[in-house]
Write a protein of this length. Structure first.
Length: 639
């Protein structure tokens, strides 16, 4: 299979959405389409199905769409339920229609063979069995049952009619049916939205081993890193190709930008130098010929374009708590939470400056826990208690506190009536609400814009404890990265629920994990938790192998030693990376404090300067300790 678009574009009326599309996908390639919200990613996916959306672009090459062979394309938006009165199982089994027909054929041939075992009947039966095996007939039931379980459905759900499920559940059923149908080209638009971590990890593995081509639009960076081998970025109306996963794309984009900028600046200097020679000698008789040759050289020169700056327009704010809390921020003791009955219990202590990530399957009570801690619903049992000077703000993923009938500026001003119009506009501008944006009705805002407005209100209040329930929903990658930087530099305490593993790994230094009908506290980052989990799985497998046979136990142990050596080395490398990240965060905090010390109101206050210097000294001391750990870990790798 090969699918190629050369010099295409997409327009709606007078507006050009994409002005230069050069795109190619080959058999088994896994491709990501990335770019800012509104840049045209979903529109491009639709154009792969509806080629009449495409027209000639602004490039010099001839426009064309080229397809090799008949390509079956699967896209979630295309999937409609013909009959919602059938059961979920019947809907899923439509995917395996050919296999089920083959089963019926085998059953008929078996009956025929048993009643009349001629050589011809035996041969027909044998051929049917072989074809059934080639169609993966022996594994299809396990395949769809695994998918159903991983997407959070039970055996009882299989017998329910499709009409009995919610809109979100119907979308999941459609996605299951789509990926199991295995089209030649699978188009996925934000497939991880509203999926829990366990489901995302299963989907990752499934798509990584998918035998055909995939094009994915997603803001989940870890998801893309583990699946794709090519990235197309849409920026300023054009598509740029990068070979590799998302991390490679980020690095290569920066390298390409710096190289082109360097080439551009060098060429501009050279043009300036040559032009100065021309101007100096063009009217001198004995030098005029030389000057003319320089002009000819300039005319034939291939000009290097000045590279466009990255489209990094996003929100930013100097967000600090109004006051510091006491050391113990929150104490939770055997807290039973839920609505009508206790769905789970949890105990933990949270100290100032710590950032706790809450992860786990959907429906286990993560959001319910945050609502309970925010006093939005009553606790059912046990207790929790906030410490001294704690000022808490809660971000609800539903953003129910927003008044849909207000304009943006009215919605913000109702919480901050004391601010001047200039101060209000400045606050909103720091979250990308400019000029006419502030007069938009809240009801007309996109999901990402509503998130920014709610975060703007919360952060202006200056809390020292944040309870955040899925704050990255509806955000593009640049928005997520901006929020990550903001929260990394935040000196207060955080509890955050998220299914974005990259985000959790970047922000949280400890975890609450909802798994197996219990809540487990883990003091460490997400990558450390994964290492621990992998090691436990490996130990279990080794134990099973050892117990299952006493033969060649020494050889098995010997062959496993290198494997565990590599596992240990990777574990150390992860710790080194984490220490480097911690050092970078502390150095950024020192830079911020130094800027604070330069402010006129602080320059004249000895007490304030002494306090700020004390913070710098403590951070430098912590950096020294981290550097010692860094050197020791690097030394252990060399050993």
């Amino acid at each position: 299979m090969n699918y190629k678009i050369v010099n295409g574009s997409i327009s709606f009326g007078a507006d050009t959405i994409l002005e230069e599309i050069n795109f190619e996908i080959k058999e088994k390639e896994k491709i990501a389409i990335v770019g800012r919200n509104g840049c045209g990613k979903t529109t491009f996916l639709k154009s792969l199905i509806h080629n009449d959306m495409l027209e000639e672009g602004i490039g010099e090459t001839k426009f064309g769409v080229y397809k090799q062979g008949k390509i079956e394309i699967g896209y979630l938006e295309q999937i409609q339920f013909e009959n919602e009165d059938i059961t979920m199982e019947e809907e899923i089994l439509k995917v395996y229609k050919d296999i089920i027909n083959q089963e019926e054929k085998i059953s008929l041939l078996q009956s025929k063979m048993e009643s009349n075992s001629t050589e011809e009947n035996i041969k027909l039966y044998t051929n049917a069995i072989e074809k059934y095996e080639q169609m993966d007939g022996y594994i299809y039931k396990k395949e769809y049952m695994t998918a159903i379980r991983k997407f959070g459905f039970s055996l009882e759900d299989l017998k329910k009619r499709v009409s009995e499920f919610s809109g979100g559940q119907k979308t999941k059923i459609a996605l299951i049916r789509l990926i199991l149908s295995k089209p030649d080209l699978l188009l996925l638009d934000e497939p991880t939205n509203h999926l829990d971590i366990e489901t995302i990890e299963w989907l990752e593995m499934y798509l990584k081993n998918y035998p055909k081509a995939i094009v994915i639009v997603s803001h989940d960076r870890m998801f893309l890193d583990k699946i794709v081998n090519k990235v197309y970025e849409i920026e300023y109306g054009a598509m740029t190709q990068y070979s590799g996963n998302y991390t490679f794309y980020e690095k290569q984009k920066q390298i390409n930008y710096e190289k082109q900028l360097q080439d551009y600046e060098y060429q501009q200097k050279e043009i300036k130098r040559i032009m100065s020679i021309v101007e100096k000698f063009r009217y001198k008789k004995n030098k005029a010929k030389m000057a003319q040759s320089k002009l000819t050289y300039l005319e034939q020169m291939t000009l290097v374009d000045k590279p466009e700056k990255f489209d990094l327009n996003t929100f930013s704010t100097n967000f600090k708590p109004n006051i510091d809390s006491g050391n113990l921020v929150l104490s939770v003791n055997n807290l039973g939470f839920g609505y009508d009955k206790v769905i789970s219990r949890v105990s933990f202590d949270l100290y100032r400056g710590r950032k706790l990530g809450v992860i786990g399957a959907n429906g286990k009570g993560k959001s319910t826990l945050l609502k309970t801690l925010a006093n939005n619903i009553r606790k059912l049992d046990g207790k929790f208690e906030y410490g001294y000077n704690v000022e808490m703000q809660y971000f609800d993923q539903q953003m129910e506190s927003l008044d849909r009938n207000n304009t943006v500026i009215e919605e913000f001003s109702k919480d901050f009536p004391q601010l001047t119009n200039t101060q209000t506009r400045s606050c909103l501008a720091s979250f990308m609400f400019y000029a006419d944006d502030i007069n938009k009705k809240v009801d007309s805002l996109s999901g990402g814009e509503k998130v920014r407005l709610e975060l703007c209100k919360i952060m202006k209040k200056g809390p020292n404890l944040l309870l955040l329930d899925e704050p990255t929903n509806h955000m593009d990658i640049v928005g997520k990265e901006s929020l990550e930087k903001l929260l990394e530099l935040y000196t207060g305490t955080i509890i955050v629920v998220s299914h974005d593993r990259y985000f959790i790994n970047k922000i949280a230094d400890s975890l609450l994990i909802f798994e197996n009908d219990k809540v487990v506290f883990f003091d460490g980052r997400y990558d450390e938790y994964l290492e621990k989990k992998e090691k436990e799985d490996d130990d279990l497998q080794v134990s099973q192998v050892t117990n299952s046979s006493n033969v060649n136990i020494v050889d098995k142990t010997k062959s496993n030693s290198t494997y565990f050596e590599n596992k240990e080395k990777n574990k150390i490398k992860t710790k080194i990376k984490r220490i480097e990240n911690d050092i970078e965060i502390m150095e950024n905090k020192i830079n911020n404090i130094n800027e604070e010390m330069q402010k006129p109101e602080n320059c004249t206050s000895y007490t304030k300067l002494a306090d700020l210097q004390k913070e710098i000294d403590q951070l430098n001391s912590s950096i020294d300790e981290k550097m010692i750990q860094w050197e020791q870990l690097n030394g252990s790798i060399e050993e």
